[in-house]
Design a protein around this ligand. Structure first.
Ligand SMILES: [Mg+2]
Length: 240
């Protein structure tokens, strides 16, 4: 067990566990706009406006009291084509996670069904999801957006970790990183530049910046069995 209590590692799904140049994100944007047009009679421009004003289109629908079926919306808009395949290197890395001393969860702002489909495409579902370690999704955090610190406070309570400082978020989204930091979490941003081309060195709320998820053991060795053992052995050797 980690000194000071159990710690937790939260892994975002889209554009964190895989990276395809935000193609899936773009398909999701189109899917949301199509849903709004087909099912709610809302124009593309209006759906974009709702997203910009409220952080997500769904939040906008709620804020502006536009009648909609939340469950149907979430499950339908996420049924998009996934253009990526299995990642053997990531699977091998995740197989070395130390589940004995920490909680490791996928934490997505989408729905669990979409995240699970992504994990299955990557060939890593069984490494990250079990009945005891379900995906934390937008429903799990009472439909809070990851743009708000409350989502992180709820996620922390779900894994029963005592202190926010014992929680670490790995995510590509800068707004999510800022909200997690505001909640007192440790943060790792994935991607040396943001989706909009800004250098991640300018993101003050990021404790670490990595180019890809595969670099995780080098900066967070305490979450991995081999790296943690090697680190302890090195510390012992230095002490002798
Ligand atoms: Mg993401």
């Amino acid at each position: 067990m980690a000194a000071g209590g159990k710690r937790a590692l939260f892994l975002d799904c889209d554009d964190t566990l895989y990276h395809n140049g935000f193609k899936t994100a773009e398909l999701l944007t189109v899917s949301i706009a199509q849903y709004c047009e087909t099912h709610l009679g809302i124009t593309y421009e209006k759906s974009v406006e709702l997203y910009k004003q409220h952080g997500t289109c769904l939040k906008g629908l709620e804020a502006e009291h536009i009648p909609h079926d939340r469950e149907h919306f979430l499950e339908t808009v996420h049924r998009v084509h996934l253009d990526f395949g299995a990642d053997a290197r990531l699977r091998e890395m995740l197989a070395r996670l130390d589940h004995g001393s920490s909680e490791v969860r996928v934490f997505t702002a989408s729905v669990a069904s979409h995240a699970l489909r992504c994990l299955e495409h990557l060939g890593i579902a069984e490494q990250l999801v079990t009945p005891e370690r379900p995906i934390i999704d937008v429903k799990s955090v009472e439909f809070r957006s990851k743009h708000h610190r409350e989502a992180f406070t709820i996620a922390q309570s779900l894994v029963r970790v005592a202190e926010p400082a014992l929680c670490t978020l790995v995510d590509d989204n800068w707004t999510n990183i800022r909200a997690a930091k505001a909640a007192g979490w440790r943060t790792v941003v994935v991607g040396h530049v943001s989706r909009y081309g800004e250098p991640a060195s300018g993101l003050e709320e990021a404790d670490h910046v990595i180019g890809s998820i595969h670099e995780l053991p080098t900066i967070l060795p305490e979450f991995f069995v081999c790296e943690h053992a090697q680190q302890s052995a090195a510390a012992l050797a230095r002490a002798e």
